[in-house]
Design a protein around this ligand. Structure first.
Ligand code: PLP
Length: 373
């Protein structure tokens, strides 16, 4: 099949660019001397994860137990479930381990640690560390870090290490600030590991990562592994953060022009928010792309055009500066295919059951992705 035959809207992967993104990250991790464990919640797709593994990645990070099951069934047996475990999910986690999956779970509270040891299974567990005040985790200097570690270790769990995710990096946009955040993430997580070790507890693994910090760290002393997810596709938020170029975004939504409001300078497409997602991640950034940046069918940006507004199945394309394009019907004629670059690749990909994958030779194949919990 070729691209013009695709039903739109379609989630289009530029496989050549994706492979470049994979190679870029793996090369960085190799040069920093750390293992790389991609977060597969971005693609939720085996073919993508296989390419990450073929490039040198070891293990996967997942955000749901369903992802853990799906990836294990597809031959990925080293899985970090990087969301704090709920007590009610322990039987599911245990069942997966009993099938042979090396599943690691995460806790950041004494209550969760107690629930894990009460299960009696001997789970492999990491303690989540908060290195930037962004979300979950125990701060490196808190007493309860040691209490949680001791509870796990003495209760028969395998204390595998500490992990952190500097999601605060998404709000930054200068190389200096990003490098400082990467160092803060590294230093905080290593400090937590050292405190656990000083208390006589095992802590072999120190796992850090987000795409901005992974691509900005200058040194990762004391870190054993890095996780990153969105780098595999990149997106407009990452372009605004400054860790990729617009031309390095490998995921787009293929859309068709279905109408015009010429006096308003609008072209209407069949890719509304149901296709792009409601994620308006660039709204708070330096360059607001609305619901997406508009490119031609070859992927070249059509300067100045964004999806300025969206209904469920209609995207409204117009000039970013709010002025009226005088010849919109000629510039973007009816039936024209466009590629719309997403604000947030993970969210946009999640709107689709499959990917249409554009190879180097121009043909398109279909890859499955999965959903749900
Ligand atoms: C725990 C954890 N690790 C790693 C990542 C990967 O971050 P990114 O998508 O910025 O690479 C995420 C993303 O949300 C995460 O939640």
């Amino acid at each position: 099949m070729n691209m013009t035959e695709l039903d739109t809207p379609a989630a289009l992967i530029d496989a050549v660019q994706m492979d470049r993104n994979i190679a870029r990250m793996q090369k960085r991790m190799d040069s920093l001397g750390v293992r790389f464990r991609p977060h597969v919640k971005t693609s939720k797709c085996f073919e993508v994860a296989r390419r990450q593994r073929d490039a040198g990645a070891q293990g996967v990070t997942v955000s749901t137990l369903k992802e853990a099951v799906q990836f294990f069934d597809a031959g990925f047996d080293d899985v970090l479930y990087a969301v704090g475990i709920a007590k009610a999910k322990l039987p599911q986690a245990r069942a997966l381990r009993e099938r042979g999956c090396r599943l690691t779970i995460v806790v950041d509270s004494l209550a969760a640690a107690l629930a894990v040891v009460a299960d009696g299974h001997g789970f492999e567990v990491m303690i989540e560390v908060d290195t930037d005040g962004h979300r979950a985790g125990v701060r490196p200097d808190e007493d309860r870090l040691i209490q949680i570690g001791r509870t796990l270790h003495e209760g028969g769990a395998l204390l595998k290490g500490v992990m952190t995710h500097a999601g605060g990096s998404y709000a930054l946009n200068t190389p200096e600030a990003l490098t400082a955040m990467a160092e803060q993430e590294r230093a905080g997580c290593v400090a937590a590991a050292e405190r656990l070790r000083a208390a006589g507890l095992p802590c072999p693994e120190v796992s850090v990562g987000s795409t901005p910090t992974a691509l900005s760290a200058h040194q990762l002393d004391g870190v054993t592994e890095v996780r990153a997810g969105v780098y595999v596709f990149n997106d407009l938020v990452m372009a605004n953060v400054g860790v990729c170029g617009i031309d390095e975004i490998a995921l787009s939504v293929l859309a068709t022009v279905i109408g015009h409001q010429a006096e308003k300078g609008w072209a209407l497409t069949d890719a509304g928010w149901m296709a792009m997602s409601r994620d308006r991640g660039t709204q708070a950034q330096a360059l607001d792309y609305g619901y997406g940046a508009v490119c031609d069918a070859s992927g070249a940006p059509i300067e100045g055009f964004i999806v300025s507004s969206a209904n469920q199945e209609h995207g409204i394309v117009s000039w970013r500066d709010g002025s009226v394009c005088p010849d919109i019907e000629q510039r973007l004629p009816l039936g024209l295919q466009l590629r719309i670059l997403p604000n947030h690749a993970c969210a946009t990909a999640a709107q689709f059951p499959t990917y249409s994958v554009l190879g180097a030779e121009g043909s398109v194949t279909t890859w499955e992705r999965f959903h749900g919990w």
